[in-house]
Design a protein around this ligand. Structure first.
Ligand code: AMP
Ligand code: MN
Ligand code: MN
Length: 317
């Protein structure tokens, strides 16, 4: 379906559900918020669903969300998933989404196989927010300052403040347009990167204590046990920069941050400098992501998880 026909289809619908991936990041929440607000401006009844309440760090730009457990999928004419590379990343919404007769995916994961009826996928786009910016323009939906703020957050977080290699000339052009439309970059940078919490600082100290090096010091691994995370009460958003911090160490090619989740599994977050394609490593462990930023979940023990990761990284260096 062409993007124009898609707009006509959406125009005919009344109720739309918007979803994104579990543990949503700035791009997931920013692109979803802009689309939610844009479709509402067309008079649609649009609900935004997340698996858990949105973390405090991201609340300043995020549209009010409802919990997936309260979702009644049958009442929606369309279901839209943003920034979600695979259906299992929809969490509790996966089966409802796959069973729905009218679904749309907008995403920039090059590993996305297109699990919706209509798929808009651009693996070269640095963020889903850039794609939503294009769609809103194509559909002639005006971008308000609130929508511009949400999209700017998506662009700035997924490009690591315009630093990652996926950042293009177009990324900067979109960012410039968003500033013109009312995004306040100083305020956004301040909220996302300057204001920190004591919990985040304490978590950093704990992770630094656990730091281990492998593969001739080219792989740095840090770990946060569940007991410590509970004691200092730290959320995912507050741990967002941890794998970057490890990757940024001089001489390190891959930074790996392992967080023990409440169910005992490990959430592995990978970042690479310039050689290793961490999305391929993550995919080999049933995860996914991008060449320089990827992740997966491991149900093995901590030592087994590190051992397997070390082997995978060694084979690519
Ligand atoms: P994170 O390290 O959580 O910031 O994730 C980095 C990138 O990896 C994100 O863009 C996600 O799309 C992807 N990713 C993280 N965890 C998973 C997972 N369990 N399965 C698939 N993709 C993941
Ligand atoms: Mn994301
Ligand atoms: Mn993204």
């Amino acid at each position: 379906m062409s993007e124009r026909n898609l707009r006509n289809e959406l125009e005919r619908s009344c109720r739309i559900a918007v979803l994104t991936h579990v543990h949503p990041d700035g791009d997931a929440l920013g692109s979803a918020t802009a689309l939610v607000l844009g479709l509402r401006s067309l008079g649609k009844e649009v609900s935004f669903f997340t698996e858990r309440p949105v973390e405090e760090t991201y609340r300043f730009f995020t549209a009010e969300s409802q919990l997936i457990e309260t979702m009644l999928p049958d009442i929606y004419d369309w279901m839209i998933a943003l920034d979600c590379g695979a259906p299992d990343r929809l969490g509790a919404a996966e089966s409802a989404f796959l069973a729905h007769p009218h679904t749309l995916v907008v995403d920039h994961h090059h590993t996305n196989t297109g699990y919706a009826h209509t798929n808009i996928i651009d693996g070269d786009s640095a963020s889903t927010a850039e794609m939503v910016f294009d769609l809103l323009n194509e559909w002639q939906i005006p971008i308000t300052p609130e929508m511009a703020t949400a999209l700017y957050v998506g662009v700035v977080t997924d490009t690591g403040r315009f630093a990652y290699s996926a950042t293009t000339e177009k990324t900067h052009q979109v960012a410039g347009a968003l500033l013109r439309l009312g995004a306040d970059s100083n305020e956004i940078h301040h909220r996302l990167y300057e204001v920190t919490t004591l919990a985040s600082l304490q978590a950093k100290a704990e992770v630094i204590k656990t730091l281990r090096f492998f593969c001739n010091d080219r792989l740095a691994v840090g770990f946060l046990p569940r007991s410590v995370a509970q004691t200092i009460d730290v959320g995912d958003a507050e741990l967002d920069g941890m794998s970057n911090m490890l990757r940024n160490l001089q001489g390190v090619e891959v930074g790996a941050f392992l967080r023990e989740r409440e169910d005992g599994a490990y959430k592995v977050s990978l970042r690479s400098e310039r050689i290793v394609d961490v999305s391929a490593i993550a995919a080999s462990f049933m995860g996914g992501g991008h060449a320089r930023a990827a992740g997966y979940t491991s149900n093995a023990t901590l030592e087994e998880t590190i051992e397997a990761l070390q082997k995978a990284v060694a084979s690519t260096l």
